[in-house]
Ligand binder design. Structure first.
Ligand SMILES: Nc1ncnc2c1ncn2[C@@H]1O[C@H](COP(=O)(O)OP(=O)(O)OP(=O)(O)O)[C@@H](O)[C@H]1O
Ligand SMILES: [Mg+2]
Length: 340
């Protein structure tokens, strides 16, 4: 039996969890969902992909839980059960020693939540736990020179949070995390459809409308799609034509909230680093940054170049993976959870 387990990296997102094993690469990428029995909540029926399949199809005695909300542990027991499942799936159980685990967190996570997450990962099977802010991991994943004395700005737009950070010399100089992301965009579309079109749609429909039609700036040639839902007035099934201009109106508020957070960080960034950012641009990572023309919207409003990463949704786990392979780069501050 091998003595030491390989180091493991986990991007613990609100909607997706990815696991990286040193020497092997990304081995898991699944939804952050658990299905348990309603009566005894410790009886897990499905996790990840299988749980997503059961969503909306499960009988009444089963309960679907999203244990991470807004990037934080919302359900401690479920988080720990889910992490245990994924750790076992990633590296098996044939090691005498337990792995060191690097986990992503939103910027500015307070000590109580750091402790809760560290504890959950430790109970799930880790020996030491290191916590890394998402935009720092995203910056490494998109190939930015985070250890050089230059300013790099990363905006990680996930499902639950947007994390904005200016990074230089291997650390965060200014950062902010706001509870705005893909899920807020879905909710904004659901609310708009209900308010303006009298049609009630579920989360999945809203997410599909966002991916297929929504835009952060008005299109020169508007497009439209059919949206199916329940007519609010007579509670019968209904279908409407929904166009990109309406989707743009619906998403104005979350887009403005993201812009406001970027401005807040820029205003507090030292001038020297600001000058670097003006030159090299703002880098977008996270699945939410794939909203159509969001890069153009931010660039036009701030008059700074904005670059969308090549695989936005994978930047964070790729960065964590790099740190997993080079664990000596993990700083004493990230080790705050390790001895807790
Ligand atoms: N083409 C697209 N257009 C707009 N949004 C998209 C697109 N593709 C994916 N998304 C959104 O990206 C989000 C998922 O991104 P990601 O996996 O980075 O989030 P996460 O890491 O789980 O969340 P967080 O980091 O906030 O905890 C979802 O809300 C999804 O709807
Ligand atoms: Mg994320």
């Amino acid at each position: 039996m091998p003595l030491t387990a390989p180091d493991v990296g986990i991007d613990l997102g609100t909607s997706n969890i990815s696991v990286y094993v040193s020497g092997r690469g990304i081995v898991i990428s699944e939804p952050t969902v658990v299905v348990v029995e309603r009566e005894s909540r410790r009886t897990v029926r499905a996790v990840g992909d299988e749980a997503r399949f059961l969503y909306g199809r499960s009988p009444e005695k089963l309960l679907t839980v999203s244990p991470i909300r807004g990037g934080q542990v919302a359900d401690f027991d479920m988080t720990q059960l889910m992490l245990k499942y994924f750790l076992r799936k990633a590296i098996g159980i044939s090691y005498l020693g337990r792995p060191r685990v690097i986990v992503s967190i939103p910027c500015g996570l307070d000590d109580v939540n750091r402790k809760a997450l560290t504890e959950a990962v430790r109970i799930a099977g880790a020996k030491h736990v290191f916590l890394i802010e998402k935009p720092f991991a995203g910056a490494i994943g998109s190939g930015l020179p985070v250890y050089d004395p230059v300013g790099n700005m990363v905006v990680d737009i996930g499902a639950g949070t947007t994390d904005v950070a200016v990074i230089s010399l291997g650390g965060l100089v200014v950062s902010q995390s706001v509870p705005v992301g893909g899920e807020r965009m879905d909710e904004a579309l659901m609310n708009y459809l209900k308010r303006e079109c009298n049609i009630i749609v579920g989360r999945n429909t809203a997410e599909n409308v966002k991916k297929d039609l929504a835009t952060a700036i008005p299109l020169e040639e508007p497009r439209s799609i059919l949206v199916r839902g329940i007519n609010q007035l007579n509670t019968s099934a209904g279908t409407i034509q929904f166009n990109s201009q309406q989707a743009y109106e619906a998403l104005k508020e979350p887009c403005e909230a993201i812009l406001k957070s970027i401005r807040w960080v820029l205003e507090r960034t030292p001038p020297e680093l600001c000058a670097d950012i003006m030159r090299s641009g703002i880098h977008l990572t996270g699945g939410g940054s794939m909203l159509f023309a969001l890069d153009q919207y931010i660039s036009e409003k701030l008059d700074i170049p904005v670059l969308l990463a090549r695989d936005p949704a994978d930047c964070c786990i790729l960065g964590i993976g790099y740190l997993t392979e080079n664990i000596q780069l993990v700083t004493p501050q990230d080790r705050r959870g390790a001895e807790a």
